[in-house]
Design a protein around this ligand. Structure first.
Ligand code: GNR
Ligand code: NI
Length: 175
């Protein structure tokens, strides 16, 4: 396993549409392992492959392991080629953050419940229902696979402000 570098705004790769995984090979499982290690190290509750610059439709998640609770037990999940099957009309608001947009948090409204389909690490098709933070997180991660970031749901004013801040920061870092 290895910790990989997480790319951040304004890296244009974050806008790529990731390609489906066509077979769950040992390389795919190795990539998922690296993503989980990178996610726990960050720490984050979810990670899309594109965040480590790999444009594949692969997501890792762990909503159980909390860095403020040493007794919590890790519950690593891997979702391959995830697709939303249905979503509730009911909406819910969560304060979202993103490892590719460090230290920026804003409230985002999304469907409160979703049903989604994915391949597991054995290449088996599965379906699951998600609600609460799980629903928010799976939608946030599937958005990454389509080059969409949570700041895209904010007002143009807020989004422009964030983009500008990170562009300026990258320019300074490059000097
Ligand atoms: O670690 C993360 N926390 C989070 C909080 C609220 C809504 C979504 C997320 S996902 C984020 C990790 C990340 O950037 N995944 O793409
Ligand atoms: Ni994110």
């Amino acid at each position: 396993m290895a910790i990989r570098e997480i790319i951040i705004l304004p890296d244009k790769q974050l806008r790529l549409v990731s390609k489906p995984v066509d077979r769950v090979t040992s390389e795919v499982r190795k990539l998922a392992d690296d993503m989980l290690e990178t996610m726990y190290d960050a720490p984050g509750i979810g990670l899309a492959a594109i965040q480590i610059a790999v444009p594949l439709r692969l997501i890792t998640m762990d909503l159980a392991k909390r860095d403020d609770d040493e007794t919590s037990v890790a519950r690593p999940r891997v979702f391959i080629n995830p697709e939303i099957v249905s979503k509730s009309d009911e909406l819910s608001v969560y304060e979202e953050g993103c490892l590719s947009i460090p230290e920026y948090y804003e409230a985002v409204e999304r469907p409160a419940k979703v049903r989604f389909r994915f391949l597991d690490l054995d290449g088996k098709t599965r379906e699951e229902d998600a609600e609460g933070l799980f629903a928010t997180c799976i939608q946030h991660e599937i958005d990454h696979l389509n080059g969409v970031l949570f700041v895209d749901y904010l007002s143009k004013l807020k989004r422009d402000r964030v983009m500008k801040k990170f562009t300026k920061f990258a320019r300074r870092a490059a000097e």
